[in-house]
Design a protein around this ligand. Structure first.
Ligand SMILES: Cc1ncc(COP(=O)(O)O)c(C=O)c1O
Length: 406
């Protein structure tokens, strides 16, 4: 039972068969665990007759329903319109596809603005495609003390030639949540589009595409308890003006024309189930699925926030630990280094203590170069999810406190 909009973590943990391995899963930012309803939905879709789309028999109708269902679910998750949901194998693949479509609308001398806080998936595709089109790239810098991406700097970076601003809703390395709405308002004032990477934010924050000011917004379901499927959500009226690379016989409709090849219908069943899982996290939540998402994600934020404050403060108090940055508004994710130990060694020690934690640069290459930690092997990342408990945070704190260079 959940009361007062709080998360009943014991009930939630019972939904995840994978938690029976006994490990503390602090590796959520790289991919979360999957609840039973998602595994069941995928398995069921593979056990029933599901053909391809566009046929006149029931098995084809089921394929169509799985596509429609996944689009509706993602639209609920981010506050978008199902007709603007482009599904694909990963955010990286979808962003490359969108970049290829957008670059056709750019002219030499146009400009785009990237951020050094972002995962490389929201950097390299733009950088590489901009180079082919003679488009100039400007950079928004991170304050390396705080890990913030100050919104004020965009005043200098934007002008009438700016075509696109790519920015993250939350850093997968430091957890920083920039003022995306403030940045988007400035971008829109000069007529630029805003591409928001909400991949790391999605399992922690109630997303609303409109209030973020995102023209295109990317999410990956495997970060929020779903399968390996991603989506870019845009206004259908925007997609109508973009022409992706596609095969001649495949549909020219929006959003279908952005989806190449035959999709993984069974995984789409898992996408819908994963959004249902998030919407049901607070047992007291009521109303439409979007309403239940708002209530449940608020409960998730309280649960994760309480655990994270404890973890963050405990690690910052340890003399042998350096937590990178100190953003004001963040997801329950942090990266740290340990004096005298390589991040890989730290991760190995934590694994011996039964804790799953990643080490490296987490593809936040620009950020870690700016912070100067890449030469030392990057950092160790701890990320909490709604299925983590106070007991687990205690285990992490004890394990990090006990780390000593060998
Ligand atoms: C913030 C962020 N953006 C983008 C990506 C790339 O997503 P995908 O693995 O779906 O390509 C990741 C993956 O870790 C991420 O954390």
């Amino acid at each position: 039972m959940s009361s007062g909009g709080r998360l009943d973590v014991a009930r939630v943990r019972g939904l995840f068969p994978a938690l029976s391995d006994g490990y503390v899963h602090a590796d959520g930012p790289a991919g979360s665990l999957v609840p039973e309803n998602v595994a069941h939905a995928v398995g069921s879709a593979m056990r029933m007759p599901v053909a391809n789309r566009g046929g006149v028999f029931p098995a084809s109708g089921r394929a169509e329903a799985l596509v429609t269902g996944a689009r509706a679910a993602v639209a609920d998750l981010v506050g978008g319109r199902p007709g603007g949901v482009v599904l694909g194998p990963s955010t990286t693949a979808l962003t490359y596809g969108m970049a290829r479509a957008l670059v056709r609308t750019w002219r030499p001398g146009d400009e785009i603005v990237l951020s050094r806080l972002d995962h490389d998936a929201n950097v390299r595709p733009w950088l590489q495609l901009a180079a082919t089109a003679g488009v100039q790239v400007r950079w928004a810098e991170v304050d390396i003390e705080t890990g913030e991406l100050p919104a004020w700097q965009y005043t200098e970076l934007l002008n009438r030639r700016t075509r696109l601003v790519a920015v993250t809703a939350a850093s997968n390395a430091l957890g920083t949540r920039p003022d995306v709405a403030g940045i988007a308002a400035q971008a829109h004032a000069v007529g630029a589009l805003v591409y928001v990477d909400a991949v790391h934010a999605a399992p922690h924050v109630y997303l609303d595409k409109a209030s973020l000011g995102a023209d295109l917004l990317a999410v990956s379901a495997y970060k929020w308890c779903g399968p390996h499927v991603a989506a870019v959500v845009a206004d259908p009226d925007l997609l109508v003006h973009l022409q992706p690379e596609k095969l001649l016989p495949s549909s020219d409709r929006v959003p279908d024309r952005f989806e190449t090849g035959t999709p993984p219908f069974e995984l789409y069943a898992g996408v819908s189930a994963a959004v249902d899982h998030l919407a049901g996290l607070c047992a007291d939540a009521y109303g439409s699925r979007r309403d239940r998402l708002r209530i449940s994600m608020a409960a998730v934020a309280r649960h994760e926030g309480d655990l994270f404050d404890w973890l963050d403060q405990a690690l910052r108090a340890m003399r042998h630990v350096q937590v990178l940055g100190e953003p004001e508004r963040c997801t329950p994710t942090l990266s740290f280094t340990v004096a005298g130990m390589r991040p890989r060694q730290v991760a190995a020690e934590l694994a011996r203590a039964g804790i799953c934690a990643w080490d490296g640069d987490f593809y936040a290459r620009e950020l870690f170069d700016a912070l100067g930690v890449n030469e030392g092997g990057g950092a160790v990342r701890l990320g909490l999810m709604h299925y983590n408990t106070a007991d687990e945070v205690g285990r992490i704190i004890d394990a990090v406190a006990g780390l000593r260079p060998r």
